[in-house]
Design a protein around this ligand. Structure first.
Ligand code: HEM
Length: 212
């Protein structure tokens, strides 16, 4: 085992800020949806819109970061060991078997994580962002007579947006459970806070030296 620097500063900032914003957007979004009353409808709408803009700015920076650092490659799905990973989470983990894949700074995500996070980035997030922006500018777009949008009723946009919200909440629940399946129940969460994680390694070059 060696202490390895695995999550850089921006990555940790982006991860936790995104988590807080999504939690806040879910809280205010379901108030707008009418599920409960907490801030009051007007305030919930205002807060949801502000948080949505903050998330969009954060996402813009994170896209830039992923491409300039080459970290986007972490999300390229590989199908070798995918079956082994699914078997591990459904059977092996309960028998105390070892993880079928090894984590390293160059390969932080196991095949199942890479596939799920790619789905998050390419399906769930765009679904919420696109419908959210249409929702936000619906009246403006309508006033300008943009046929494509005005043909779609606002209820449909709201339903797709809400479906995206349910999907992202399901993702968050599974994601939090998965974070407890590391070397110890808190090792993955601690790594996302400090940047460092104790990992199995037979290569000295990946040991902690980077302090960015
Ligand atoms: C950048 C992303 C997002 C944008 C631009 C956005 C935008 C919006 C807008 C404009 C509304 C309507 C509020 C109004 O009447 O003005 C809304 C409603 C809502 N949002 Fe979002 N939102 C985003 C992300 C999220 C996320 C991440 C969630 C949940 C995790 C969420 C959940 C909801 C829900 C449940 C509603 C109520 C839908 C309804 O029944 O009318 N939104 N959103």
């Amino acid at each position: 085992m060696a202490r390895v620097y695995i999550y850089r500063k921006f990555e940790r900032f982006w991860h936790w800020t995104q988590a807080i914003l999504i939690f806040y957007l879910a809280l205010t979004g379901f108030e707008i949806h009418g599920s409960y009353s907490f801030l009051g409808y007007e305030q919930a709408v205002k807060s949801h819109r502000v948080a949505a803009w903050m998330l969009l700015i954060l996402i813009a920076f994170s896209i830039f970061w992923h491409f300039t650092t080459g970290e986007w490659r972490q999300y390229i799905p590989t199908f070798s060991k995918l079956k082994a990973q699914i078997r591990y989470y459904t059977v092996g983990i309960f028998k105390g078997e070892n993880h079928p894949t090894r984590k390293s700074p160059k390969s932080k995500l196991n095949p199942l994580q890479a596939l799920t996070y790619l789905g998050f980035k390419l399906v769930m997030a765009p679904m919420l962002i696109i419908t959210g922006l249409i929702y936000m500018f619906y009246r403006t777009i309508d006033a300008n007579n943009m046929v494509i949008i005005s043909d779609i009723p606002l209820e449909t946009i709201a339903s797709i947006h809400t479906l995206g919200a349910y999907l992202i909440i399901m993702f968050a629940i599974v994601h939090v459970y998965m974070t407890t399946t590391g070397e110890t129940p808190t090792s993955n969460i601690r790594a996302m806070i400090t940047g460092y994680e104790d990992l199995e390694t037979d290569d000295d070059s990946s040991k902690a030296t980077d302090t960015k």
